[in-house]
Design a protein around this ligand. Structure first.
Ligand code: ATP
Ligand code: MG
Length: 239
C-alpha cells in the first residue's frame, strides 16, 4: 500500500516538464487499472449484500424498528456503488475527438446542475469550436463547477481564446468566491482520494487532470484563502 501512496504522491501540483507529464500519465493509468480491478472484485459481493438485506426487509413488517437498520445497510452499499462508478471512470476507454461547440457544452452542463444552476454565471454566448471528446469534457467541466459551487456563493465560468503563448487553443475558466485553498494544500488537490468533504471521493480533480492530458491540454489553479479560486482548463486547438 505504501508504494501505491508514494507513487500517487507525484500527482500533486502543476505539471511542468514532459517527464513529469509522463509520470502523471503512468500513475493515472495505474489508478485506472487498480480501480477497475477493485470494482470488479467488489461489485458481486455488494450486490449479494444488498440482495440479502432486501430479503430481510421483506420479513420485517412496516412498524418493525429494525427496518431502519436494514435500510441503512442498503443505503451504505448504494453509496459504495456510487464511489465505484466514479472510480471506474478512470479505466481507459479510447478518446473520441470531434469538432464540438464548447459554448454549447458548457451551457448544457450548467443547465444540468440542478439548484446550483442559479449560482453560476455564464454570459459568454458565441459558438467556439474545439476538437474534443464531448462526454469527457462535460465530465471535466461538471467536476470543476461542482467544486466551485461547493466552495462559493457565486461561480463564474468563461471561455478565453489563447494564442499569446505560442500555443493556439482556449481556456475554460471556472472561478468562485469561496474560501479558497490554503497554499500548503495546493499540491495535494490533484492527488487521487484527497478530499476535505464529508461525502467527497477525491476523484474529481484527478479525473479533470486526466481528461485535460488526454486532450494534450492542462489544468492549473490559482487560489487565495478567503477570496476564492480560479481553475483554468487549457484545450489546444486543432489536435
Ligand atoms: N473551487 C474550490 N475551492 C476550494 N477548494 C477546492 C476547490 N476545488 C477543489 N477543492 C479542494 O480540493 C479537494 C479535492 O477536490 P476533488 O474534486 O478532487 O474531490 P472532492 O470534490 O472532494 O470529491 P469528488 O470526488 O466528489 O469530486 C476538495 O475536497 C477541496 O478540498
Ligand atoms: Mg470534486
Amino acid at each position: 500500500m505504501n508504494t501505491v501512496v508514494a507513487a500517487f504522491h507525484t500527482l500533486g501540483g502543476e505539471i511542468r516538464s514532459l517527464k513529469e507529464q509522463l509520470i502523471v500519465k503512468e500513475r493515472l493509468a495505474a489508478l485506472g487499472e487498480v480501480s477497475a480491478g477493485i470494482a470488479h472484485e467488489f461489485r458481486n459481493s455488494m450486490s449479494v449484500i444488498v440482495g440479502y438485506a432486501r430479503l430481510l426487509l421483506k420479513d420485517l413488517d412496516e412498524t418493525d424498528q429494525r427496518r431502519e437498520v436494514v435500510q441503512g445497510i442498503v443505503g451504505e452499499v448504494e453509496e459504495m456503488n456510487r464511489v465505484m462508478e466514479e472510480l471506474l471512470k478512470f479505466s481507459d476507454r479510447p478518446i473520441d475527438k470531434m469538432d464540438i461547440d464548447i459554448t454549447k457544452t458548457i451551457r448544457d452542463v450548467v443547465k444540468g446542475m440542478g439548484d446550483a444552476t442559479q449560482k453560476i454565471d455564464f454570459s459568454f454566448s458565441r459558438p467556439v469550436t474545439v476538437r474534443g471528446d464531448e462526454v469527457l469534457l462535460r465530465q471535466a467541466i461538471k467536476n470543476l463547477l461542482q467544486n466551485a459551487v461547493d466552495a462559493g456563493e457565486r461561480v463564474w465560468i468563461n471561455i478565453e481564446k489563447e494564442s499569446l503563448t505560442g500555443r493556439d487553443g482556449l481556456f475554460v475558466i471556472v472561478k468562485d468566491n469561496g474560501r479558497g485553498i490554503p497554499k500548503e494544500d495546493l499540491n495535494k488537490i490533484f492527488m487521487p482520494f484527497y478530499t476535505t468533504k464529508k461525502r467527497g471521493t477525491g476523484i474529481g480533480l484527478p479525473l479533470v487532470q486526466k481528461i485535460a492530458m488526454g486532450h494534450n491540454g492542462n489544468i492549473s489553479v490559482k487560489s487565495r484563502e478567503g477570496r476564492g479560486s480560479t481553475f483554468r482548463l487549457f484545450l489546444p486547438a486543432g489536435e
